[in-house]
Design a binder for this molecule. Structure first.
Ligand code: MF3
Ligand code: CO
Length: 237
């Protein structure tokens, strides 16, 4: 899983460099798949439950699971969430980043920053003996301080020899403390944060999730390993 994570992190770094006004989301997907396969890995999203591409690309008010298209051309000021998964020797990694295209508004840039920070706030609690809900509540508390909406309808997840495993990892506090964290557990922690309200809806393509109020949305995700001395981020270069 470390190797799957490392290759995924490299893929994200390369894709970030390619994000320029004028590029289509189809081209970013093509490039992402090419990079993943160049390491002898398989893009885990492709054909997952019928998803038609390797990289989920979600622009502006799209929250997650946007479908790449030749017709979707990125322009200066857009914010773009890239979400990808890699399988290396049967083991999965999953990670997402949101980037700005060219110059973006201060509001957009703050949303991206706070979403990333909320992940790091959450994983401060990813320690042996803590409970899942400690991570979830920390993410929510941090993002809500900025007046943002924490998406409820989608959650993080366990990950390993499958992309999605138990347990669910919500980005908001629940009434249950959740599972007790133990060394060796691997989780995909992935705050999805809206500039406006938390409500989302699905487009007719049955994949793309958008904010109900049209506000911008950002996503930040890493695959982490719980160790005796805290979390290790696996999806890093
Ligand atoms: N990264 C997404 C998740 O965290 C997976 C996308 S599912 C796909 O669970 F079908 F779109 F690939
Ligand atoms: Co995920």
């Amino acid at each position: 899983m470390r190797e799957a994570g490392r290759i995924l992190a490299i893929t994200h770094d390369e894709l970030e460099k390619a994000l320029k006004p004028g590029i289509s989301t189809w081209e970013i997907n093509r490039l992402g798949e090419e990079i993943i396969r160049s390491y002898g890995c398989v893009p885990s999203f492709k054909n997952y439950r019928g998803y038609p591409a390797s990289i989920c690309i979600s622009v502006n008010d799209e929250v997650v699971h946007g479908i790449p298209s030749k017709k979707r051309i990125l322009k200066e000021g857009d914010i773009v969430s890239l979400d990808a998964g890699v399988i290396y020797k049967g083991y999965h990694s999953d990670a997402a980043r949101t980037h700005g295209v060219g110059r973006i508004s201060p509001e957009a840039s703050r949303l991206i920053q706070v979403t990333k920070e909320s992940f790091f706030e959450g994983i401060k609690y990813a320690k042996t003996g803590n409970h899942l809900n400690d991570i979830s509540s920390a993410i929510q508390a941090y993002a809500e301080k900025f007046g943002y909406g924490v998406v409820r309808d989608l959650v993080g997840h366990g990950i390993g020899s499958h992309l999605h495993e138990d347990p669910e990892v919500p980005n908001f506090a629940t009434k249950k403390r959740g599972l007790k964290l133990q060394p060796g557990m691997t989780l995909a922690v992935e705050p999805m944060i809206n500039a406006g309200r938390y409500n989302v809806r699905w487009l007719d393509d049955d994949w793309t999730v958008i904010t109900e109020d049209g506000s911008l949305s950002a996503h930040y995700e890493n695959t982490i390993l719980i160790t005796e001395d805290g979390p290790e981020i696996l999806s890093k270069a």
